[in-house]
Ligand binder design. Structure first.
Ligand SMILES: C[S@@+](CC[C@H](N)C(=O)[O-])C[C@H]1O[C@@H](n2cnc3c(N)ncnc32)[C@H](O)[C@@H]1O
Length: 434
């Protein structure tokens, strides 16, 4: 993506918003970044003086100022100050663009009294409207048009083919909450001499979080999605960390692993990690056999996977079963009973030892940010995005369930936020040896 106007700048967009609208704004910004390569100044509000300086500098070093207007942001001291500074900056910098995006949850117009203060500053500017449920790519194109940015190619569509936006939002929440779930095994078994293979590494975030702070000799991440491995290499690639694009069920995978072990002059990997991948495969045993050949004699195979049978909720509202059923109908969800099958897959592939080291991640005892991340894995707005991305096998039935789901959403979320709902999600972690 390139700006039409030239000039030195650190960011394409400064994003102004209220923290209370994070759930709406974050996926838009994430897609602008991940799908179009736009650099955004995007931070939650903070009242420290140095932060205020950083805001002013962020605005002055951006090509455009995008403000998400809602009843929250329209009355936020921070957002109004940011708008004020952006408007003043624009007076002296003609190329600087201001893009107001109205995200009113109740469909109110900018003429509504709640927007009186915002109108004072932005009255003469065009407002972009975003209706909840509108495809994000349309909104992003409107923002880019108004900021006079050009999009090169059609990377969003290409990327959706393998990996939808809703899936990447979900994975990010999942990573956040699950990093502690398996970190202890990495801490226990990874040594400074370890070579690690991450199978189905996606953008590398998952394995990077788990290896954070640990010494190891080398990491190889493999994924079928070239866009993802490119992102992994850009974010985490180094002399020690390599990422390759390859179908792990193809013969080429064998070659990739042989080349790597030859090059490093090692007999195999000390740790092989597969997270949320087996459930997507047509032939998991075939993969596990290959991995067994490349696992060192005393090496460990870590498998993290899912099983809807280990999802537990109390009180037992239909809302939750509906959500699990909606996900089960998604083309991206894989085998929802994969977890319970893993010991039999391992045994068929010749592994001699397997322990179910952990089962279930619950909200009990989590601090509030983590509780929200747990909720977001299955219950956040991305369920609705998935519908727009045509991700369902039975769209008619599932879209009806989504309507019922949406109608109950606010009430259940409120109860969850008040700590009145127990939630456990069926994540399982196995440690196997060959
Ligand atoms: C649900 S994501 C899990 C990503 C990551 N391991 C994590 O836990 O966050 C599944 C990943 O497996 C990859 N994948 C699925 N089938 C594959 C195949 N046949 N070969 C290689 N990668 C595959 C997908 O591209 C995707 O990145």
């Amino acid at each position: 993506m390139t700006a039409k106007s030239d000039g030195e700048r650190d960011y394409d967009f400064f994003i102004s918003f209220s923290n209370q609208d994070l759930g709406v704004v974050q996926p838009v910004v994430q897609a602008m970044d991940e799908q179009y390569g736009a650099t955004c100044w995007f931070q939650e509000k903070d009242s420290r003086a140095e932060f205020v300086d950083a805001i002013m500098s962020g605005i002055e070093h951006a090509g455009a100022f995008v403000v998400f207007i809602s009843p929250h942001s329209a009355n936020s001291y921070f957002v109004l100050n940011e708008i004020n500074h952006a408007v003043e900056w624009k007076l002296e910098h003609e190329d600087f663009k201001i893009v107001p995006v109205l995200i009113d949850p109740d469909g109110r117009d900018i003429s509504d009294p709640v927007y009186k203060r915002v109108r004072f500053y932005l009255g003469r500017l065009n407002i972009t409207f975003y209706k909840r449920g509108e495809p994000l790519e349309e909104l992003i194109r409107k923002i880019f048009d108004q900021a006079e940015y050009e999009v090169k190619g059609d990377t969003l569509r290409q990327s959706l083919y393998h990996h939808s936006l809703s899936e990447s939002v979900r994975l990010r929440a999942q990573n956040e909450i699950l990093r502690d779930f398996s970190h202890e095994f990495f801490q226990k078994y990874v040594t400074a001499e370890s070579y690690i293979l991450d199978v189905g590494c996606a953008d590398g975030e998952n394995i990077a979080l788990r290896l954070n702070g640990l010494q190891y000799a080398g990491l190889l991440g493999v994924d079928i999605d070239g866009g993802q491995t490119e992102r992994a290499a850009a974010a985490h690639g180094s002399d020690k960390n390599e990422f390759r694009t390859c179908d792990i069920l193809s013969d080429e995978f064998d070659d990739v692993l042989s080349d790597y072990t030859d090059e490093k002059d090692i007999k195999g990997f000390d740790i092989i990690h597969i997270s949320a991948v087996l459930l997507h495969l047509s032939d998991p045993v075939k993969l596990l056999r290959v991995l067994r050949r490349f696992l060192k004699k005393n090496g460990y195979l870590f498998i993290q996977d899912e099983d809807d049978g280990a999802n537990l909720v109390y009180p037992e509202y239909k809302f939750f079963n509906r959500a699990f059923d909606i996900w089960a109908d998604s083309k991206e969800s894989g085998d929802r009973h994969c977890g319970r099958k893993i010991p039999s897959y391992l045994s068929a592939a010749g592994y001699k030892s397997c322990v179910l080291a952990k089962c279930g991640v619950s909200d009990v005892g989590l601090e509030s940010g983590m509780r929200t991340a747990l909720w977001d894995i299955y219950f956040n707005y991305h369920l609705w995005l998935a519908a727009e991305e045509n991700m369902f096998y039975n769209p008619v039935k599932t879209n009806r369930m989504i309507e019922e789901y949406k109608a109950e959403y606010d009430a259940r979320k409120e109860e969850y936020d008040e700590g009145k709902i127990f939630l456990q999600l069926g994540f399982l972690f196995f440690v196997a040896k060959k």
